[in-house]
Design a protein around this ligand. Sequence first.
Ligand code: R5P
Length: 283
Amino acid sequence: MKIISTEYSQVLASRLAEELQCELIYTEYKHFPDNEIYLKTGMPDADTVIIGSIVDNDSFVQLLLLIDACEEAENITLVLPYMGYARQDKKFNPGEPISGRAIAKALSRNVKKVIAVNIHEEHVLSFFDCPATSVSLASTIGTYVREMDLSHTLILGPDVGAANFSQDVANACGSACDHLQKVRLSGVEVKIQPKNLDVRGRDVVIVDDIISTGGTLATAAGMLHEQGATSVHAICVHGIFASGGYARLLSGGIQSVASSDTIESAASKFSAARLIAQEILHS
Ligand code: R5P
């Protein structure tokens, strides 16, 4: 087995190669003067893993080109640590695309299996033309929380959509759990419905699949501080930190921010590599 990565998941790819004890192939990337992407990769194996998060349009095109470049491979497993566009899993308004479907269809050609990590909408997996699955980092986050050495920890989901995920994290670290109700006012503004939680004297860890602008968690943190929380921490799987999101969290009174390496940044404090390796080996 060989592993080939886009420019966007190089660190995670190297960790995955270590987990699987296999070769990480070097790929050369550059842009032509008109901004088209050029890449040149090494010889694939019969079993080849192509890995790359979709964080923007270039990252998507790099995946398309790698899949094409590896046409001699018999079994391509495509790993999408973060699958951008998966939030548009249906037409919310007439005239819109189902973006998750468009991306999934385009990436299915010549691919035998897709592995995603905490995909935002599981329904998007059904758009691939091959078996596709999403693994969850809830127990990895639970282990990370246990090592934070907090007291009277409360794991909190910021909205109903995060209720199951936060419960899974809480089960993994043996802490209490609750979730809030969120109303989204715009792409960057949310309103958290006040909820009487017993947070006085507690260390609260808000967990979510994605931190994008940080608006959701910063708003929740403000409410928790007002209610007497000792400290508030933010942990997510996919740390996008768009529009100054990281600074927004810290200036909003959040004591620490951690994410996985599905999107590589200085906030990446735990890895998805082992979980992805287990899924590759056991599926
Ligand atoms: C939405 O349903 C997601 O789970 C996240 O809560 C959302 O993407 C966070 O966005 P932001 O950080 O911009 O508030």
